[in-house]
Write a protein that binds this ligand. Structure first.
Ligand code: APR
Ligand code: ZN
Ligand code: ZN
Length: 361
């Protein structure tokens, strides 16, 4: 028995999104149907709508979600009906070389649900990042579901599905920020602010927030920055060095994704420090650096993919820290909205007015 629900569909390149009837098949082997409770609005959803990620229209948008498992298909052991879960982009195989080395984010054999959700006329939908959660229900691979403590509000739990996990993980997993470290974060949107929250969680000493938008520096302080630098007004490399005894930060996290900020990150770190690249560049961007600086400054340049997270380890842990009052996730939810408000939320995100708008269902 299929089910029909409402969902937000991007019909074609740069066309306005539409609320459509989405047909959800019964879960097959290894699949689960999840009743979505909350789903955050992310830049990636906008990129899908603009055709910047793929041409496989129509897309069912939405991918930063939490909800309750409603039904599971044959052979599913990971989760059971009634479980409160956070969704992740792809189920991993657990068997390939990357998985066995404890780096499942580079898994060679990831998968999503095998069956397709469709429009009422049978047109198959492409779910954004294999999730498609701007809908009352969605079909995913059971391995995309991670059970977390149901005491957490869905709009908070869903944040871990994408940007906030990417930022916290950039600090904790990729950057290995240690107690007392000086940390600079360049770009204080949702991802950069989450990196700041992660650095604070790790017990960092100075946490320097760098952004060109003064409003962003205010929210950065709210989530844990101890110092701010407006890089539209002063040279951020000089400023970070001044704030770190002339040396540079132990860990610099780049959360913009542009050549000039990659360069700033490279030079704002201490000798033998770590640069974590979490901002995603576009294919045509390049960066030229003197090789003597690359060699002579030592340390590490590391990119961070989905915060190098292990959902089964990190999602429940971060929810526990939130419930204990040790991780402020509420500051990331600027507003809660309805399914019909997605276009407005895209506009506010584009204008830099929000960290996250979250759809409540
Ligand atoms: N220098 C400093 N900050 C900048 C600059 C710059 N040259 N240009 C933009 N910014 C700031 C913006 O003012 C904003 O606060 O970077 C921040 C980017 O935040 P968002 O647009 O909200 O993006 P976010 O969701 O945080 O993602 C940032 O991380 O995972 C990636 O794909 C994601 O590349 C993106 C990046
Ligand atoms: Zn996202
Ligand atoms: Zn694998």
């Amino acid at each position: 028995m299929t089910q029909e629900v409402r969902g937000v569909v991007a019909p074609g390149r740069n066309e306005r999104v539409r609320i459509e009837t989405v047909v959800i098949p019964d879960p097959g082997p290894g699949e689960a149907v999840v009743r979505v409770q909350a789903c955050g609005v992310c830049h990636t959803d906008l990129h899908y709508k603009q055709g910047g990620i793929s041409d496989a229209f129509p897309f069912l948008l939405g991918h930063e979600a939490a909800g309750v498992v409603e039904e599971v298909g044959p052979g599913v052991e990971e989760v059971a009906p009634g479980d409160f879960v956070v969704l992740n982009w792809r189920a991993v195989c657990g068997r390939c070389r990357a998985c066995r080395r404890g780096r499942p984010w580079y898994c060679f054999d990831t998968h999503n649900a095998t069956q397709k959700m469709t429009l009422a006329d049978g047109t198959p939908l492409s779910p954004a990042l294999g999730i498609g959660a701007f809908a009352e229900k969605t079909l995913v691979a059971a391995g995309q579901c991670t059970k977390v403590d149901a005491a957490a509000p869905p709009q908070v739990a869903g944040l871990l599905g994408c940007g906030v996990m990417a930022g916290i993980g950039a600090a904790l997993n990729t950057g290995n920020v240690s107690r007392g470290d000086s940390v600079a974060v360049i770009g204080c949107g949702g991802v950069g602010d989450a990196a700041i929250a992660g650095a604070r969680l790790a017990g960092a000493g100075r946490i320097i927030a760098v952004d060109i938008d003064a409003r962003k520096l205010e929210t950065a302080v709210r989530v844990g920055a101890t110092h701010t630098v407006n890089s539209g007004e002063s040279d951020p490399v000089e400023a970070v060095r001044e704030l770190t005894g002339g040396f540079g930060a132990d860990v610099v996290i780049e959360a913009v994704g542009r050549p000039e900020t990659y360069r700033q990150a490279f030079y704002a770190r201490d000798l033998a420090g770590t640069v974590v690249l979490v901002g995603v560049p576009t294919p045509e961007m390049t960066l030229e650096l003197p090789l003597l600086d690359v060699f002579g400054r030592g340390g590490a340049l590391k990119s961070s993919w989905y915060g190098d997270c292990l959902p089964s380890r990190d999602f429940p842990m971060l929810i526990d820290l939130y419930l204990q009052g040790r991780l402020d996730l509420e500051s990331f939810v600027t507003e809660t909205i309805e399914l019909d408000d997605i276009e407005k939320a895209f506009q506010r995100m584009h204008d830099g007015d929000v960290l996250r708008s979250v759809v409540l269902l």
